[in-house]
Design a protein around this ligand. Structure first.
Ligand code: FES
Length: 496
């Protein structure tokens, strides 16, 4: 039995019990803490103040802390492991909203707001002080609709089978409970609630028909913003709380991506940017201040572990990264636990390494002739897993290519490639490039974590014209309708 230690998080007042030796990044990301430089120790955004207990900082971390001019009481969460009971203050929650290694200017307002990222797999709610942007509390939960199916197609099918009302009820109830939970210590008057999510989440929550999302061209006439009162949702908030589900852009590209566009500031930049969200559904956005095009891909939830033999989400027991040591694979397992499976970032790492070692070939074939490769004694990668990865990777890479073609640009004209998504914090960029998922220099790639949540927080402070301005320049493209789709897709299946 592994020894447990307690991490108390302030100002949330949350106590987490984790396996001794658990890296802080493994648990804090669940609460919406972002690790913008992915643990390189360059951004300092993950700094935590040690209020009680011992938290060792090795020489490398001390050097980084000194360079960032942080005092003795500070640590970089991305470098630390919980070896004994500790109390930490999360500095990021005391700062204004953060993405892209930078903070956003907020327009201070009186009162409080709640930002909700309603994901297909997870839901996150944060209570925000609108005067200063501080995060007062944060909770995350598994979307209880999971019992109706893991991906969007399964959820739609379940609606068509007469379960939409049930799905609507359980998600409204769940978010209501999460709101009560974030407000437990802060019985404040909430002025507004901003909800973002993909189009299917939007339709199920709001009670709009999902029928047209079930067949080509997978579009809906009802993509707009939806308003609610606390009373109709049965949420314990005052009658005048403004509750908004933000508008979708088109097809499956919802307000989570709209929030991502806001978080990356790509709609304000002169240079071109690419945003890739590797969530349950792979969405891609390409553009600049003049024009933005976006699409959802048929990548499916492979990067969240679905369809992979021993695939799982980035939670305790998942292999989140793999490196090579003395010619052997060395796995990092989330939560310092025994390996139960592999999540998207681990899968990308292991494939990049196996490609480098020529253990798998350009068509994805295992060169030894076996049908599986051992990653740890408990977890293997099968030939079918590699095929699933190739399909998902080709869907994303093809989407990027087709959207760039629409704008007559290529990777050389793109200044930033932003990667969003739950497991983004664990990704190794060089390996993402090695697998061909993206095809540019490492320096252009930025991992932003949960951009949907960052954008939802921004929406709490913004006027309607901010959103309208993004929507006016953004068009949704149906990739399957593009005549070159098939040829490019086959080419992108290769692991070169
Ligand atoms: S210093 Fe950037 S994530 Fe820790």
């Amino acid at each position: 039995m592994q020894q447990k230690v307690k991490i108390t998080l302030e100002p949330l007042g949350k106590i987490l019990e984790v396996n001794r030796g658990t890296p802080l990044i493994d648990t804090l990301h669940e609460f919406g803490v972002e690790f913008p430089c992915g643990g390189k120790g360059t951004c300092g955004a993950c700094k935590v103040k040690l209020l009680k207990g011992e938290l060792a900082a090795d020489a490398a971390q001390r050097k980084k802390l000194k360079k960032l001019k942080f005092g003795d009481e500070w640590r970089l969460a991305c470098y630390c492991k919980a070896e004994s009971d500790i109390t930490l203050e999360i500095s990021q929650f005391e700062n204004i909203i953060l993405a892209d290694n930078s903070t956003f200017e907020i327009k201070p307002q009186i009162g409080y707001g709640i930002a909700i990222d309603l994901g297909t797999t997870t839901v996150v709610a944060q209570l925000i002080h609108l005067e200063n942007g501080h995060v007062l509390n944060s909770v995350s939960a598994i979307n209880p609709q999971a019992k109706f199916g893991g991906d969007l197609i399964a959820r739609i099918q379940s609606c068509l089978d007469g379960k939409q009302e049930e799905q609507q009820k359980i998600i409204r109830t769940k978010i209501g409970e999460m709101i009560e939970s974030v407000m437990e210590k802060y019985p404040v008057d909430v002025k507004r609630v901003a909800i973002v999510g993909n189009t299917v989440m939007h339709h199920i929550f709001t009670g709009l028909k999902v029928d047209s999302l079930s067949f080509y061209p997978f579009d809906s006439p009802d993509l707009g913003e939806q308003h609610f009162s606390a009373k109709e949702l049965n949420w314990k908030l005052s009658a005048d709380t403004e509750i908004k589900f933000f508008p979708s852009i088109g097809s499956f590209v919802g307000s989570d991506i709209l929030a991502g566009i806001a978080a990356t500031k790509m709609a304000e930049r002169e240079e071109f940017s690419v945003l890739i969200d590797l969530g349950t559904n792979g969405e891609i956005v390409v553009g600049n201040r003049n024009k933005i095009v976006c699409a959802s891909t048929a990548a499916g939830p492979a990067f969240e572990g679905a369809n992979i033999n021993q695939g799982m989400r980035a939670t305790t027991g998942a292999i989140s990264s793999v490196t090579i040591e003395n010619d052997k694979l060395k796995s990092h397992i989330i939560g310092n636990a025994e390996a139960k499976g592999i999540c998207g970032s681990g899968l990308i790492d292991v494939l990049a390494i196996l490609l480098e070692q020529e253990k798998i070939g350009m068509f994805g074939e295992i060169n030894s002739g076996d049908d599986k490769i051992e990653i740890t004694p408990q977890v293997v990668l099968t030939q079918q897993d590699i095929r699933e990865f190739q399909l998902a990777k080709a869907a994303i890479a093809t989407g990027i290519q087709l959207l760039m073609n629409r704008l007559n640009i290529n990777y050389s004209t793109v200044a930033n490639v932003f990667i969003a998504g739950g497991f983004g914090n664990f990704l190794t960029v060089k390996n993402v490039i090695r697998t061909g998922l993206i095809e540019c220099e490492e320096e252009k790639v930025f991992k932003l974590g949960n951009t949907a949540l960052i954008g939802a927080k921004m929406f709490l402070f913004e006027e309607n014209n901010f959103i309208r301005n993004i929507l006016n320049k953004t068009s949704h493209i149906n990739l399957e309708g593009d005549t070159s789709f098939q040829d490019i897709y086959i080419e992108k299946m290769m692991l070169v």
